[in-house]
Design a protein around this ligand. Structure first.
Ligand SMILES: *Cc1c(COP(=O)(O)O)cnc(C)c1O
Length: 336
């Protein structure tokens, strides 16, 4: 069976690097959405709790339910509960219509749209939203925003951050207390000079795949997941033999070819046989990737598809996030 190897050591290393930026592990809210970026939800939640992480961020209530108990707070980004969730679970208000839909007594954090225009209430609607939250009997626990381009050169990060800080100043002067303020994702945290908010919502950096373009300093992080496939079968083939669907994998010389147990059914990208994927050891996938298999010269019992999802992503013209979150939950996750 194929498996995803999870390096505890690298994960702890990354959390330590992150905690140095936030100046305390207490100010890290680890983003565990989408099966912990494909790494395995409960496995990564356990490791995070072991490392002293106290706050988590997830997408759904089901994810919150699965990790709750390990963390003081779990923030749900994208779902409205029907009844008040269990202790410590709080829910993001993504626009004003969410407020009426929330059950009275629910703990919420208000998302503010400072310029990304994907979710959150507009800055000039914040006061009305706060009133509606109070009237509905919801408990406001935080205010957050999200950057549209913290991982890109340019001023977006700075003006969005200024808007958020101005809002904080204004509301705190008006008497708003007891809520946490947060805006930084991984890229923002690693490019900001000094971090001064209550928590940072960190995902990709914890998994070791944060990339920042020049001239930003490359963050010192280590990829946590490596993907391994196991050999299913082997055959000797003559020169000119063509392997797999469409016969696109043509052997220039006679040789040994094996088939391995990962395909696009496991979430591995199918890519194009004309631009074959290159493994870390330099070999190329032979012919088309099938639903559950791919072929390769040689007969190793197991082969590594990537040590660094970012390098794999670059070959497919995508980002590490996509390579990771696509990995099927059926692939075994093994912490070492
Ligand atoms: C996914 C997500 C994050 C984490 O982003 P990374 O780039 O992985 O650090 C933070 N905040 C919100 C709102 C998100 O949706």
């Amino acid at each position: 069976m194929s498996f995803l190897r999870i390096s505890r050591e690298n994960f702890f290393y990354n959390l330590n690097q992150i905690a140095r930026k936030t100046q305390s592990i207490d100010r890290v809210a680890l983003v565990l959405k989408d099966n912990a970026y494909g790494h395995g939800l409960t496995l990564m939640a356990d490791l995070a709790a072991e490392a002293g992480v106290r706050h988590a961020v997830v997408r759904t209530l089901a994810e919150a339910e699965a990790v709750r108990g390990r963390f003081e707070t779990v923030l749900v980004l994208s779902e409205i509960p029907e009844k008040v969730p269990e202790n410590g679970v709080r829910v993001v208000v993504n626009d004003r219509s969410c407020i009426a839909a929330m059950p009275a007594g629910c703990e919420v954090e208000l998302k503010v749209d400072t310029g990304m225009h994907r979710s959150g209430v507009a800055l000039d609607e914040v006061d009305r939203a706060l009133e509606a939250i109070a009237k509905r009997g919801l408990a406001l626990k935080g205010v957050l925003t999200h950057y549209r381009g913290a991982d890109e050169m340019g001023s977006d990060y700075f003006w969005q951050r200024r808007r958020f800080e101005a809002l904080r100043d204004r509301l705190e002067r008006a008497g708003l207390k007891g809520v946490r303020w947060h805006s930084h994702n991984s890229a923002a945290l690693f490019r900001c000079g000094s971090f001064e908010e209550d928590v940072a919502r960190v995902g990709i950096a914890a998994y070791g795949c944060l990339r920042l373009p020049e001239p930003f300093e490359a963050p010192d992080l280590r990829p946590v997941a490596s993907l391994w496939a196991k050999r299913l079968s082997t055959r000797r083939l003559c020169a000119g033999a063509r392997v797999g669907y469409g016969g696109e994998g043509e052997l220039k010389e006679a040789g040994t070819v094996s088939t391995y147990d990962i395909g696009y059914g496991d979430g591995w990208l199918r890519g194009e046989a004309r631009r074959p994927y290159r493994l870390p050891d330099g070999r190329e996938i032979l012919g088309r990737v099938s639903m559950d298999m791919f072929s390769l010269r040689g007969e190793d019992e197991k082969v590594c598809l990537f040590h660094d999802a970012g390098e794999a992503a670059a070959q497919f013209g995508t980002i590490a996030y996509e390579v990771l979150v696509r990995l099927s939950p059926h692939i075994r996750r093994v912490a070492e």
